[in-house]
Ligand binder design. Structure first.
Ligand SMILES: [Fe+2]
Length: 454
């Protein structure tokens, strides 16, 4: 067998006592035969895994063997338990004579820990729009955990103008074969693989993992539900997540807690949605309960969509109904929960923003009840956006930047700091990275360190 580790390795779902290890075997990542995704034979393949406290795999070695099954595109999801909290670990896989690259992961902090938490946020990485250089810089930072807030792939047909071509099956993905191939194509990028190998990820999805701007059960047709089901299956096969899809759905919303410092509440703003609700009743009840009851310093909502009101001057529509501006009553209920230390991280709009969350967005004098940091895209092109005009029309928004990048954040018992990291170009490789702005919040407003735009 040729090298089956072309898609790299990953870890995810960090808990104080465990992590999930992932790989997916593919000897030929761009193979198009639906019976042999990744060019793999249609039979189970034995995979050995190892995890240790050092990169030479001598201290605290744990190991095991699992079967990679063709029904799950030869993906492997290994739950490792019994680990120490707040500790770095290294892991690798072996299949036949082939050994995978080594990944670094890290467990979440002990429930009583006050240690600062270093986390990053990324999203929106349309392959043909550019290189993933931002991920190489993010990998070098080796944060404790990386959150991905959606548009990991784009189901869309290849854009007219491409920096790099998709290759086989460049049309719109709507079958299991095509979704699997789209993930494999994206994972052939070495910088994306490096980011997965550098730290555990906690991903959530937005729309393009299935279909542009879809809501919940879409039009309710059997065709759409089948499409969503295979898209969710391909998502699971290609992400380091704990829970398998079941009955056409996939349990996505969850929390990951780091000591007494940060409660990350990862939301699903697609699967349970319809015209009347963004989250659905069960998820909203779970969220409000946790917001009110969480004993930690920072409550961080990890989700794709612009949360604050954003009025865009010019011709109607001035509010984007696919984001939280389409569900203002639900947003108001979340803000009214009175959760101290509320921070929202989001993405979707392919530009970077920062702002304050207000008790009443239409009253600049109303209480500030939190802060929002909107991650730009890794590579996806931004829409034409008049940043200064939008800032002027929305006094609670304080920062805009139009470059590609990610968020690099630290939460500690005193404050939460966010660095907006950006690359100047993605149409060729090797862009350097820079911090274009830094913000800090103590929970009652936002202080900019060096933001220049307002
Ligand atoms: Fe996007």
């Amino acid at each position: 067998m040729a090298d089956p580790f072309t898609l790299g390795v990953a870890s995810g779902e960090p808990m104080p006592d465990g992590v999930l290890l992932w790989t997916r075997l593919a000897v030929d990542p761009l193979a198009t035969d639906p019976a042999r995704p990744g060019g793999m034979p249609p039979r189970a393949v034995e995979v050995d895994w190892q995890l240790a406290e050092d990169e030479r795999f001598t201290r605290g070695l744990r190991q095991g063997r699992v079967n990679a099954l063709p029904a799950w595109a030869h993906s492997v999801h290994v739950r490792v338990a019994g680990l120490a909290p707040g500790t770095d670990y290294f892991y690798r896989f072996r299949a036949g004579a082939e050994q995978s690259p080594v990944g670094r992961t890290r467990t979440a902090d002990d429930p009583g820990s006050t240690r600062p938490v270093r986390f990053a946020v990324a999203c929106c990485q349309r392959w043909e729009h550019g290189y993933y250089t931002a991920y190489r810089h993010l990998a070098a930072e080796r944060p404790d955990v990386i959150f991905h807030v959606g548009d990991y792939i784009y189901e869309s047909p290849q854009s007219a103008a491409v920096v790099r071509a998709l290759g086989p099956l460049p049309g719109e993905a709507d079958t299991l074969r095509e979704y699997r191939l789209r993930y494999a194509r994206y994972r052939t990028d070495p910088d994306l693989r490096a980011a997965h190998a550098a730290a555990p990820w906690v991903p959530t999805w937005d729309d393009h993992e299935v279909l542009d701007n879809y809501r919940g059960r879409g039009d309710g047709s059997a065709g759409f539900l089948r499409r969503r089901e295979v898209a969710y299956q391909a998502y699971y096969e290609n992400q380091p997540i704990r829970v398998r899809p079941q009955g056409g759905g996939l349990q996505m919303y969850r929390r990951r807690t780091y000591g007494t410092v940060a409660d990350f509440m990862v939301l699903d703003t697609r699967q349970h949605r319809d015209a009347t609700t963004m989250l659905g009743a069960a998820q909203e009840a779970w969220l409000l309960d946790r917001l009110r009851g969480s004993p930690v310093r920072w409550r961080v909502l990890v989700q794709p969509l612009f949360f604050a009101r954003r009025f865009v001057p010019g011709p109607a529509p001035n509010l984007r109904t696919d984001a939280w501006d389409g569900h203002p009553a639900e947003r108001a209920r979340i803000l009214a929960a009175g959760a101290p230390g509320l921070v929202v991280v989001s993405g979707d709009v392919h530009n970077a923003w920062a702002g304050e969350l207000k008790a009443d967005f239409l009253d600049p004098g109303s209480a500030t009840v939190g802060a929002e940091f909107v991650c730009s895209s890794i590579s996806s092109r931004p829409p034409a956006t008049d940043g200064p005009a939008v800032l002027a029309a929305n006094p609670h928004l304080e920062f805009f930047d139009g470059r590609r990048g990610y968020l690099s954040c630290v939460a500690d018992p005193g404050e939460l700091r966010v660095a907006f990291r950006a690359v100047d170009f993605v149409d060729r490789r090797d862009a350097p990275v820079r911090t274009v702005a830094e913000f800090r919040t103590d929970g009652s407003g936002l202080t900019s360190e060096n933001a220049s735009s307002k």
